[in-house]
Design a protein around this ligand. Structure first.
Ligand code: GTP
Length: 597
């Protein structure tokens, strides 16, 4: 155990975490040239394309240092706020962390939020100043920022370039010298933390764990504490570039487990694995079930594809336990599913995976957060509102509560004004304003989650000219004045276009929704009135004017092939259209609320 080191890399997005991980694998010869492929740890195609780490993974390296062989387990962590619970579990499996800070960008919001998670878990922090090769790097200034933040010495900060290889050996030496070896007792009952799981279509769910006490052996009967389920350990091993099966994984080490489980929901990140016959008395603290934060309807474009969509969603859920869904029906869209996501990025990823992996074309409705409603009749009973149609009638409604978050924004002092105005417009309340340096300010706001789900991040980037970083964590439910805004097309309410909005925004957003819909809905042979309403009260109205002429009219007498081309073109444009009554609605219209600016 004394020659094992378990560590992770924490960083703000794009500060070079994956590139550094690749370098460490190179340096420890974990990867042969043939296997080397940029950003090796990001194994999903989608991850590689988007350049973000969605799922955390782990890899074991061997390194000779001062004549002794060390086992270094690198546990990769996802960088995006949508997946912050996974970050916290990977961090809990380590004794140390490399805190990577971009020498040109300095400390950003996620640097700080991840650092707090690491400090809460008593991790040894090794600050790494990355990208020192960049001409725009400010190594002295950024080192000062890091020293201020951590209260460390300037000599503790390792200047590095994951691109050119500067500092990589120093980093490996620091991992061995500064990070403590794992503690734990091999003779105690098995106690292992699940920090990740991956679905493999052939082998079922692969569970990644860190053994704290005892050991896990091949063919042992093991139990998951949170679910209470017992399984046989069909295979255990360590995570090299490929999996290396072993007879036993002991306290202090990291490994994988295969039990033949076919459903990702059976394996919960944060849960404790123990021995079925001789269970530990202590589950590892801090386990929580991940809760979806954002809800939206997903419908097939073609109503006939409903069953196929259900199959695809079930398959997706097998390998993404954080996706939840239940059937719902909409008068406008027919049968579909109300789905829960960890955040907007997660929603986009699911939609994209449905299209790529399952060849499904879907319509996603306006997302909303999850509200708590209470009626006069039962003022203490929570009614969960995940869908605009779940909101009780205004007359019976006692009160509504909405989820709030603590937002951390780091920006340059020049942009404090515009960032504050934006947060206040988004119903934020300032809690703290701290100058990290004379140039850089950390702002803390309490804000409704609903306000950041939509266009907040894009607006923040615009008002700060890109010089703002943002992170958030939930802080519970607070009272809200919520109304349901309905949209009527041709005097018919279209339930799939309804949105839950705060009273103060309802008129403005209702009006802008109507304007946006007027732009998006193609003109047809008749006028289409578009109205927004709260209850029976119309708050806004626009009209899509009827076409004056038949579109093909100009082709009369002309070449038939031109006419056909025009019709083909129209057909293509129809792909993502849904006919509601006699009005054709394009997909963008359902998401119109998201792009009002
Ligand atoms: P996520 O995985 O999305 O959280 O991002 P990340 O922090 O892993 O960043 P990534 O490793 O993808 O690097 C972001 C960008 O910075 C890439 O274009 C890298 O090529 C570049 N980069 C990383 N390290 C260095 C470095 O030391 N020098 C220079 N010049 N560029 C670097």
């Amino acid at each position: 155990m004394k020659n094992i080191r378990n560590f992770c890399i924490i960083a703000h997005i794009d500060h070079g975490k994956s590139t550094l991980a690749d370098r460490l694998l190179d340096e420890t010869a974990t990867v042969t040239k043939r296997e080397a492929q940029a950003q090796l740890l990001d194994s999903m195609d989608l991850e590689r394309e988007r350049g973000i780490t969605i799922k955390s993974h782990a890899i074991q390296m061997e390194y000779m240092y001062k004549g002794e062989l060390y086992i270094l387990n690198l546990i990769d962590t996802p960088g995006h706020v949508d997946f912050s619970y996974e970050v916290s579990r990977s961090i809990a499996a380590c004794e140390g962390a490399l805190l990577v800070v971009d020498a040109a960008q300095s400390i950003q919001a996620q640097t700080i939020s991840n650092l707090y998670l690491a400090l809460e878990n008593d991790l040894e922090i090794i600050p790494v100043l990355n990208k020192v090769d960049l001409p725009s790097a400010n190594p002295e200034e950024v080192t000062d920022d890091i020293v201020d933040l951590l209260g460390c010495k300037a000599e503790d900060v390792i200047p590095a370039s994951a691109k050119t290889g500067i500092g990589i050996q120093e980093i490996l030496a620091a991992v061995i010298e500064r990070i403590p070896a794992p503690k734990g007792n091999v003779d105690e009952p098995l106690q292992a933390l699940i920090f990740d799981s991956v679905y493999n279509p052939f082998r079922g769910v692969e569970t990644y764990f860190r053994v704290l006490n005892g050991s896990i052996k091949k063919n042992q009967q093991i139990k998951f504490v949170a679910t209470g389920n017992t399984y046989g350990a069909d295979e255990v091993g360590t995570l090299k570039l490929t999996q290396a099966p072993k007879q036993e994984i002991k306290a202090g080490d990291v490994g994988y487990l295969i039990t033949g489980i076919k459903d990702a929901r059976e394996v919960k990140v944060g849960d404790t694995i123990t021995d079925a016959k001789n269970p530990t008395k202590n589950a590892i603290a801090g386990f929580e079930d991940v809760k979806p934060m954002v809800f939206a309807g997903i419908y097939p474009v073609d109503t006939e594809d409903y069953e196929e969509l259900r199959n695809s969603m079930e398959k997706l859920q097998l390998n993404d336990a954080s996706l939840v869904f239940e059937p719902e029906s909409s008068a406008a869209l027919g049968f579909g599913f109300r789905c829960g996501f960890l955040g907007m990025l997660h929603l986009e990823i699911i939609q994209e995976r449905l299209e790529r992996e399952f060849d499904m074309t879907v319509i996603t409705t306006v997302p909303n957060v999850s509200y708590h409603a209470f009626t006069h009749k039962n003022p203490d009973e929570i009614i969960l509102v995940n869908n605009p149609s779940d909101l009780p009638e205004p007359s019976s409604l006692n009160r509504v509560e909405e989820p709030f978050i603590k937002a951390t924004i780091i920006t340059k002092s020049d942009f404090v004004g515009p960032v504050m105005s934006l947060c206040i417009e988004k119903r934020g309340q300032i809690v703290a304003q701290t100058y990290l340096t004379t140039e850089r300010v950390e702002l803390n706001f309490d804000m409704p989650l609903a306000e950041i789900v939509f266009d907040f991040y894009d607006r923040l980037k615009t008002v700060s000219k890109g010089y703002a970083s943002f992170d958030y964590s939930p802080i519970g439910m607070r009272a809200s004045k919520l109304v349901k805004v309905d949209v009527l097309l041709n005097a018919q309410p279209v339930d799939a276009l309804s949105a839950l909005l705060h009273q103060d925004n309802a008129y403005d957003i209702g009006k802008r929704m109507c304007e946006k819909l007027r732009e998006l809905i193609p003109r047809q042979q008749f006028d289409i009135p578009i109205q927004a309403a709260i209850g029976a009260k119309i708050i806004s109205r626009e009209t899509v004017k009827a076409l004056r002429k038949d579109v093909t009219a100009k082709c009369y007498g002309g070449d038939i092939s031109r006419k056909r081309k025009l019709l083909e073109k129209q057909k293509k444009g129809k792909k993502r259209m849904r006919a509601v009554g006699n009005v054709e609605i394009p997909q963008e219209a359902f998401m119109a609320v998201l792009k009002l600016n």
